[in-house]
Design a protein around this ligand. Sequence first.
Ligand SMILES: [Mn+2]
Length: 385
Amino acid sequence: MATANPLPTLDVAEPRFMPESKAEQLHQTLERHRGDRLLVILQDFPDPDALSSAWAFKLIAQTYRIDCDLAYAGTLSHQENIALVKLTNLPAQRWTPQSLKERDWSLYKGCVFVDTQGDTSQLTNLVVEAEIPVVAIFDHHNGETDLAVEFLDLRPQVRATATILTQYLQAGLLVFDADSHAHVKCATALMHGLRSDTQNLQLAREDDFQAAAYLSRFYDAQLLGAILQSSRSKRVMDVIERSLRNRAVQNNFCVAGVGYLRYEDRDAIPQAADFLVTEENVHTALVYGIVHDEDEQIELVVGSLRTSKLTLDPDEFLKEAFGQDSRGRFFGGGRAQAGGFEIPVGFLSGNNDQSDFARLKWETFDTRIKQKLQDLVNPSSPLQS
Ligand SMILES: [Mn+2]
């Protein structure tokens, strides 16, 4: 009888996605802040990745008797984000511009940035002014921060900040317990964050899958289903309709200006871009509008880019298209397959009751944005709507 050849032994080492020293370093940092109260700052329009990662940090910090307040200065505007916060009781607070004036900053011994390096939050300048030290930053966006920070975990190659925070759970900084309601809900939120930053795992890489595999032991699939089933408001549908009506398609780029929209509906812009990029022969969609905040009399041109073209880098594309302001800050930026931009309307803000003025203002911005995009979309002929 022939003896079967033994299976070859494969020399495959388990890949390590985070050096052990990183977990140790975070542990030391948290030890130094034992008993402190920290402010965790989210981007002004927090997404599921930011919300869930901040919550995971809060739970980790709790084991060091560190109390964290999670705050954002803008608004929650995507129906899924609202559902996420409501259904999981996610402990994030909206700090309105009025409430900022009365804040007692001295409560906080430090602050932490999650899924941002401070450039997407109005709170950053305030904590810098109040001289609150930056204890930690966890982020996966491109860029380099000029804030002095005690603990930095900045990994642009990782698809989601939720993956980064999950790695600290896996490293043992907090052991999730499947019987704890808070842990199950946080795991569900992290799963949602991870999925939404990776286009339902389509862009996920091995480390994201490993993190998702770990979360799968704890998360509540039914709860995640309920979050994802949240429906669009009529106003979001109206913005999508406007984007369809106004779109110009050229060279596989789809560009649509949607005019004015309210601050609370700002998230309709990325949702419209998500929709427009699904048209056949379109690989990249760019949607923008003027968002106005009536309380603050502030107006901003806000835009979103979505692309399925792997060779198009949204970060590079938007930086090249729109350039930077007088302080050297880029108007736009992005990550894999998605990006956004924000241009202050400044001196021209407000006075939209005067319909002629409002119309002229929109036409000016609309024309200028199309001019800026022209060379990148199709150098030989103008974009028209
Ligand atoms: Mn993210």
